[in-house]
Ligand binder design. Structure first.
Ligand SMILES: C=CC1=C(C)c2cc3[nH]c(cc4nc(cc5[nH]c(cc1n2)c(C)c5CCC(=O)O)C(CCC(=O)O)=C4C)c(C)c3C=C
Ligand SMILES: [Fe+2]
Ligand SMILES: [Fe+2]
Length: 346
């Protein structure tokens, strides 16, 4: 008899905030050829990542992690485990959790599933949008590891759900109490990626950044276009929440130096918005379903500080979906649809 299971996937965190642990984590993460994909020659990339980026970045990142760390560890891992536990109370299928980098690791979880006799697995990336550096890399990693550890395992994968009506409904419901507060503007701050990753993901090389208004002009390229997908999430949110035109905008955060990343940049917006009369700001971060370093430190701590320094008065970050009932409902509904009909998209 066939035995199915579900695997929740997210990015991962270092094991601790010590500089060696953070450096090891960054080396694994940034050493991924789908995250930092230049230079193309493997050993040159490894040299760049290990010797230059991680060496200098690790102490700064360790310090940032210290500011958000909980007594039980990384907020991203802790919340992901809470989601796993809550979801497990809703379904008879085993629900597992793995991180692309660090622990719980993909090979460890695959071994456990094989020992339980699981032969059909639903991957559920905790990323609403496709990006080579997030959705694609974690799915490819599971497939690559499974080919060795669990060659008989049938793997299926929930497709990016950036436009799924249930996902938008969950996001709007979670934001509702904050939208009811007096505010001047709602900023959608998405994790950035290098612009080059967009054009690389467009296999036609004839749409993204070529066609005017490429992200709102219908194209098969949108199946792998991060910018088109975050634009769609935002438009659908604005419609569902009844936002007034001009009362919201999109920016991109968390860029590294060295090449152009998606713009406008979130940190620039925090600095210039108060000068335009935006004194009460709401920030939502839908690229992350779980609060993590990038939301808790970069937005809630650093962002609020920069915004207030520039003359802003009131700054609120709307928490990610985390383990809120609306998010568990969404995950549960998609898992049931797969169990009943094999559907991996809405
Ligand atoms: C080339 C660099 C990076 C790309 C491309 C990138 C894309 C990307 N990342 C996420 C989600 C998360 N990123 C997180 C942290 C983080 N991201 C980068 C770099 C790139 N990300 C770095 C160096 C770090 C580590 C922290 C730091 O040193 O600043 C996190 C948080 C992890 C945590 O432990 O809390 C998440 C989540 C997505 C969705 C994405 C592409 C869209
Ligand atoms: Fe990132
Ligand atoms: Fe586009």
């Amino acid at each position: 008899m066939s035995k199915s299971a579900v695997l929740l996937l997210n990015l991962g965190s270092p094991d601790s905030t010590s500089v060696p642990d953070v450096r090891r984590y960054l080396e694994e993460f940034l050493g991924d050829e789908r995250v930092i994909d230049k230079p193309a020659i493997g050993f040159l990339r490894s040299l760049l990542v290990k010797q230059i980026i991680c060496r200098f970045r690790a102490p700064k990142s360790a310090h940032a992690y210290e500011s958000i760390w909980t007594p039980e560890g990384s907020p991203l891992i802790l919340t992901s485990k809470q989601v796993q536990a809550k979801l497990q109370t809703r379904t008879t299928l085993p629900v597992e959790l793995a991180m692309n980098y660090g622990n719980p690791s993909i090979p460890d979880v695959l071994r456990r599933l094989v020992n339980q006799g699981v032969d059909r697995l639903l991957l559920f990336p905790q990323y609403p949008h496709y990006a080579m550096s997030s959705w694609e890399t974690v799915v490819v990693k599971v497939q690559r590891e499974a080919a060795v550890i669990a060659p008989g395992l049938k793997i299926e994968c929930v497709q990016p759900y950036y436009g799924d009506a249930d996902y938008i409904e969950a996001l709007v419901a979670s934001a509702k109490p904050y939208l009811a507060q007096p505010h001047d503007h709602l900023l959608f701050s998405y994790h950035g990626i290098p612009v080059r990753h967009l054009t690389k993901a467009d296999s036609s090389h004839a749409h993204c950044q070529v066609v005017p208004d490429c992200c709102t002009t219908c194209s098969p390229a949108h199946a792998t276009c991060y910018k088109a997908q975050v634009t769609r999430t935002t438009q659908l949110f604005a419609e569902k929440a009844g936002l007034k035109p001009g009362s919201w905008s999109i920016t991109f955060q968390s860029r590294l130096v060295g090449e152009p990343w998606l713009s406008p940049y979130t940190d620039h917006a925090f600095e210039e918005m108060p000068g335009r009369g935006i004194k009460r700001l709401l920030v939502i971060t839908p690229a992350f379903v779980t609060d993590c370093l990038e939301t808790l430190e970069e937005i809630r701590v650093e962002g609020a500080e920069d915004y207030k320094k520039a003359g802003g008065e009131d700054f609120t970050h709307i928490p990610c979906l985390n383990d809120q009932p609306v998010w568990i409902d969404f995950l549960d509904k998609r898992i049931r649809a797969w169990q009943e009909t094999g559907a991996v998209s809405a």
